[in-house]
Structures are given as structure tokens and as C-alpha cells.
Design a protein around this ligand. Sequence first.
Ligand code: C5P
Length: 222
Amino acid sequence: NGDLPLKGRRLVITAGGTKEPIDPVRYLTNRSSGKMGYALAEAALAAGAQVTLVAATKRPYSPGIDRILAPSAKEMLAAVTEAMKTADAFIGAAAVSDYALAKPFEQKVKKISPDEHLTLDLVQNPDILKTVGQAKRPGQVVVGFAAETENLLPNAEKKLASKKADMIVANDVTAPEAGFDKDSNLVTLLQPKQAAITVGPASKLTVAKAIIDQLVTLLDKQ
Ligand code: C5P
């Protein structure tokens, strides 16, 4: 089984920046390309896993991956909750919008007068990673990301506990070789009571393979 260390394992991976509807033609989103999540899906597939990729962003992917498109955080949570019923592990690589419109407009919003302000009433989205972490069954492994622009490691360390994650991939999105829409990444893998592991700068696929290697170790320890 050395070549396919995830044979027989089911993984759920989220990818991309969510799109929160404003009206029928507009949405709120962020700079995430989905490249890291898609790279993780490819690395997990290559390691023999059955992969469900719940994606807010469209990109090319291998036919062996079961991709479910879920543009908004609410759609993503529903797809993830369903897929986690039979999964061994979750990797939350999506950049989930923290806020969504309380009530999206039913018709396209029109300009009224030049001095008119438009105010959008935003409410907090569900935290998918935290929800999965709290609902974790014995044997399930949960991995999250922490994309930060400051205080990277302290913030990522806090997320390990607050999201009940087994590993956090800390990612300084201001580093030149890391972050949104880049093909490379530079990350630190944090696990409770373990020395931090730095990976990169390297391609997102290489970083994905390193994350999957650690996930294999975590699953084998369960
Ligand atoms: O709290 P913060 O958004 O920085 O945490 C990042 C991690 O949490 C990522 O793994 C991201 O996918 C996940 N997340 C989530 N649902 C949210 C917000 C973040 O799953 N609403």
C-alpha cells in the first residue's frame, strides 16, 4: 500500500472563493483562485483517495475527482455536511466569505440618483471548518487553512483550538511566493504538540503533496 497510502480513504476538500449573491447578476467574492484546493484534490487522488471536491471556483481537474460546485458558503456547507457522513478527512482550503447578504435582492439593483447611497446588510456566514471540527467523529481528521496578512503563526495557532482542527496550514498571503492566484506557495504546518513544518516556496502541487503526507500520518495515528 506504500504507493497508494490513501487507498480506501474518503476525503472532502473545499476550494475557491465563495460567491455570495447580491442580486440575480452580482455577487460578493474574494481573491481566492481555488488553485490550492484543486492541487490538494489532485495530490489526494494520486495517493489513492476517493476525493469529493466541493468547489466555489471552476478549474480543470482529473476525471477521478468527484467535484461538486457550491458557489456560496451556505451551498458549500450543505454539500460538505452531506459528504462528511462517509468521509475520513476534511481539508478546508476554500476562502469562505465571512459575510453574506441578509436578504439578496430579488431583482437587479438599479441606480436611483447620483447622491444616493446603497447599503448592503451583511450577516455572518456559517463557519464550515468549525462546524466540521465540532461534528468530528472519532477517527475523522480535520485540516484547515489560515490565510493571514499579519501575526501569521499566533493567529494560526489560535485556529487549531478554536476550529477543533488536527492541523492548520498557515499561509502568509503577503509573501511574494505565496497566496492568492499564485502558482507557488509557502506554508507552515501546525499540529497540536508538534514542531511546526515549513514547506516551500514550492509549486502548489508540491505543497499539496506535503500536506497529504502529513494527513496520511494523522490518519494512520487514529
Ligand atoms: O477564521 P478563518 O476564516 O481565518 O479560518 C480559515 C479557515 O476556516 C480555512 O480553512 C477556511 O476554509 C475555513 N472557513 C470556513 N468557513 C468560514 C470561514 C472560514 O470553513 N465561514
